[in-house]
Design a binder for this molecule. Structure first.
Ligand code: FAD
Length: 308
């Protein structure tokens, strides 16, 4: 019988001791809020740190591209997919504890941010109201410094535990991390595993009122009935990306099945039949028009995967 040649990566993924779920040629459309994107060579949900580190090590040994994602709510994946390993954080990374004395949540990076926000709501503790309605995981929110223009998660972070294949486990104080508008100082090889978030004692009615206000505003101003990635572009200093795009009359502009939302010009939505290339083309078109009209280079907030 001819010898079977499997790589170390494949051997790891099929081994009975591997703590994770493995999907080959998995359509990324199943894992992004845009519902777009072709197959990842492997899509792996790791259940433990041991599985995560072994998987990253195998990828590095074979020079196989890899990345960790959360819920793909800020991600546009190419129609051709991604020739590499997409990793998500499963069982051991989906916990949430609350320390009543210190007024801190400790949350796993694979947990949805909504879970923590909901827990804060139930306990009537304040500080995370800005995050209500933001899709995605705790890890994705920390990596993106998610929030509004004026308030972001970094201002609540007491510490973050990260894993890096070259440095192992590290616990960083919030003050050691470079936080800015939708930017953080994490490198591409640092995987966020958990974080500690500070909140304040408050009155449940106050927390409820603020969250209801944020949700009502979202419903009023965002096209939530269509798949999207939220705001496509960062706001340039002292300007609103949405207002710049709206000022050019681009609301309602379509490329295939993608459209600049008539409700919010900084949202490009999937009308149901879009390809990732339609969204990508519209993003580039809007960037060009804004540059021509105002001389401003809009920076995408959305992350791209699999595009040349
Ligand atoms: C309807 C809608 C509304 C939105 N509203 C807001 C808003 O108000 N404010 C806002 O900031 N954003 C908003 N977003 C964008 C998005 O929800 C946030 O950026 C969110 O924090 C992304 O989390 P995620 O888990 O989906 O990350 P993903 O989209 O999966 O990943 C985003 C980036 O983070 C990296 N990443 C994810 N997890 C980890 C990890 N554990 N370790 C290291 N890197 C990681 C990924 O590699 C990628 O580069 C909105 C999106 C939608 C669809």
């Amino acid at each position: 019988m001819a010898a079977q040649h499997t790589s170390g990566l494949q051997a790891l993924l099929v081994s009975s001791g591997f703590e994770g779920e493995v999907y080959a040629h998995e359509p990324m459309a199943r894992h992004t809020s845009y519902h777009l994107g072709g197959p990842a060579r492997f899509f792996v949900q790791v259940a433990s740190l041991r599985a995560l580190s072994a998987l990253i090590e195998a990828c590095r040994d074979e020079q196989e591209p890899w990345l960790v994602i959360g819920k793909g709510s800020n991600l546009l994946v190419a129609d051709s997919g991604f020739e590499g390993v997409v990793i998500t954080l499963g069982h051991d990374f989906k916990f949430c504890r609350f320390d009543e004395d210190a007024l801190r949540f400790v949350a796993g990076a694979g947990l949805s941010l909504a879970h923590v926000v909901q827990d804060a709501f139930k306990r009537g503790v304040a500080g995370l109201e800005f995050a209500v309605g933001t899709p995605g995981t705790v890890g994705g929110a920390v990596r993106m410094n998610a929030g509004s223009r004026d308030e972001w998660i970094g201002s609540r972070v007491v510490s973050v535990t990260v894993y890096s294949p070259t440095q192992g486990l590290k616990r960083l104080a919030g003050s050691q991390i470079a936080w800015s508008y939708r930017e953080t100082g994490f490198s591409d090889e640092e995987v966020i595993l958990e974080c500690e978030l500070a909140v304040e004692a408050s009155l449940p009615a106050y927390v409820r009122g603020r969250m209801e206000g944020v949700l009502a505003r979202r419903k009023r101003t965002q096209p939530l009935q269509y798949p999207s990635c939220g705001s496509v572009f960062k706001n340039p200093p002292a300007r609103s990306a949405g207002a710049l795009i709206d000022g050019l009359g681009l609301k309602g502009l379509r490329h295939g099945g993608a459209m600049v939302s008539p409700l919010h010009a900084n949202f490009i939505v999937n009308m149901g039949n879009a390809r990732a290339a339609d969204v990508y083309g519209l993003i580039r078109h809007v960037q060009t028009k804004v540059k021509e009209a105002y001389g401003i280079e809009l920076q995408p907030e959305v992350k791209f995967l699999g595009f040349a």
